[in-house]
Design a protein. Structure first.
Length: 191
């Protein structure tokens, strides 16, 4: 299971590295949006709910303590579900006095949706990391990476179709892999 890196959470808590927060927002906003939609938020409200969750989290991150491995995403899902309920009931007569969950009141670790959550989290992290580093590589490098990883073409096919050496295919793909791994590993802790 992918877990959020305790080191990265500590960097966010200390607030000494603004780029850590920027990267966190870029990588986790889609996951928060996914949680909001899973909790029944209409697409038109997802951005607002995500912003509310991120604002609340930023204000409360100094108090957040990681209870155990895998706890952060379950906690974030729980927070997002509560914000979604609050958002849905905002205009209703019933108001919630508090919507922030106890930091240790987490969904059970043996939740059957955990595998699906891991797959979605991985996909979102990879897509956001790609978006984050896109500017760092040439269009030709991205074309090679895209053909290799999304179209499942072999290095031989890519080199022939793009008129580049097979070695260039390996080098460009490996460089992008290394950079993606670096970005993603800042936020996950692989057991």
């Amino acid at each position: 299971m992918l877990t959020t890196s305790p080191t990265q959470l500590k960097r966010l808590r200390l607030r000494t590295e603004p780029e850590a927060w920027d990267l966190f927002v870029k990588l986790y906003s889609p996951l928060i949006g996914h949680f909001a939609q899973s909790a029944g938020a209409p697409s038109s409200d997802v951005a607002d709910i995500s912003q509310e969750v991120l604002t609340w989290f930023y204000s409360n991150i100094p108090e957040f303590e990681l209870a155990h491995k895998g706890a952060f995403r379950r906690w974030l899902r729980h927070v997002t579900q509560n914000f979604t309920k609050k958002h849905r009931n905002r205009n209703a007569t019933q108001t919630m006095n508090t919507f922030a969950p106890d930091l240790f009141d987490l969904i059970a670790a043996d939740d059957p949706s955990e595998e699906l959550l891991d797959q979605e989290h991985r996909r979102q992290l990879i897509l956001r990391a790609i978006s984050y580093i896109r500017k760092d590589f040439s269009d030709s490098a991205w074309e090679i990476f895209h053909r290799s990883h999304f179209l499942n073409q072999t290095p031989d096919q890519i080199s022939k179709e793009l008129n580049v050496t097979k070695n260039a295919v390996y080098i460009k793909t490996c460089r992008i892999h290394a950079r993606l791994r670096h970005i993603i590993e800042k936020f996950i802790d692989n057991p």
